[in-house]
Write a protein that binds this ligand. Structure first.
Ligand code: PAF
Length: 279
């Protein structure tokens, strides 16, 4: 596995790959890799000649009070995992090389970035879209792979690619879960044993909502109340939001008309966990 840190070298390498007529599959990550990321890599391997994975903890998608500094970083372990998956290139640039001190140009993502997770993380999706656009400009991938756990993120990236004619195919890969149902996330590493035991309540509450809808419940507000009640019973969760929205526009739904996205975010201590299902 080639490890490249210099964006200019990365650009040259990718241009040479494309000149040979080979396709590039790109998996952007912030490291602290888990099985969810490895599923993205596997999907990329299936569809691309050359697979590039980036590891970059992107400062411009963290709020001033968020966990940028303490975000888990273990590049050696991550590199070993990627090597085992036969990834072709690990791109691991520095903050200085990726984010100029005088950065002025951002990708604005409008109202899609202001709802759901954007409400409590203002500017987060602008930071995500900007860094992903930079990666796309350096790598020029044919295909890029994102996890469904970050549903809002993949939808915003899809819209950005369409709006700005970036010509990258976006593939969304299903959420990987633990046996308990808990969605795999790098932030699960923050949880204590007790919190880990409580965390599956998030997904369980989404399954409850799915059952309610299957049984004919049409009122979004009734379902939201049931989800909140379910998350809070016998756990220390503090709910950030529970929303039922159109899966493309993220407009709130009052009445369930399929398909809808049910998305939740909640805190266990300082750790913010998210999950969602499409119904
Ligand atoms: O999902 C993530 O890990 C990040 O938001 C991403 C897409 C790598 C951009 O920094």
């Amino acid at each position: 596995m080639l490890v490249i840190t210099d964006p200019q070298k990365m650009r040259k390498y990718c241009a040479s790959i494309s000149r040979k007529g080979l396709s590039i599959g790109f998996v952007p990550t912030m490291g602290a890799l888990h099985e969810g990321h490895l599923e993205l890599v596997k999907a990329a391997k299936k569809r691309s000649d050359v697979v590039i994975v980036s590891i970059f903890v992107n400062p411009i998608q963290f709020g001033p009070k968020e966990d940028f500094k303490k975000y888990p970083r273990d590049i050696k372990k991550d590199a070993a995992l990627l090597k085992k998956e036969k990834v072709d290139v690990l791109f691991n640039p520095s903050v200085e090389d990726m984010i100029p001190k005088d950065l002025l140009s951002y990708v604005e993502v409008g109202k899609m970035g202001d709802v759901l997770c954007g409400t409590s993380r203002p500017g987060h999706f602008r930071g995500v879209a900007t860094i992903v656009a930079k990666f796309f400009n350096i790598i020029r991938p044919d295909t890029a792979f994102f996890g469904a756990k970050d549903f809002q993120q993949q939808a915003i990236i899809r819209k950005m690619v369409k709006d700005l004619d970036m010509g990258v195919e976006i593939v969304t890969v299903a959420t990987v879960r633990e046996k308990s149902g808990l969605a795999k996330s790098s932030r699960n590493a923050y949880l204590s044993a007790e919190q880990r035991a409580q965390a599956p309540a998030l997904y369980a509450s989404l399954l409850l909502a799915k059952r309610m809808i299957a049984a004919g419940e049409k009122s979004a507000s009734k379902i939201i109340v049931a989800i909140k009640k379910n998350i809070l019973s016998r756990t220390d969760f503090v709910v950030d939001y529970v929303s039922i929205v159109d899966s493309e526009t993220f407009e709130e739904k009052k009445t369930i008309k399929r398909p809808v996205l049910i998305a939740v975010a909640a805190y266990l201590g300082k750790t913010r966990l998210i999950d969602n299902i499409l119904v």
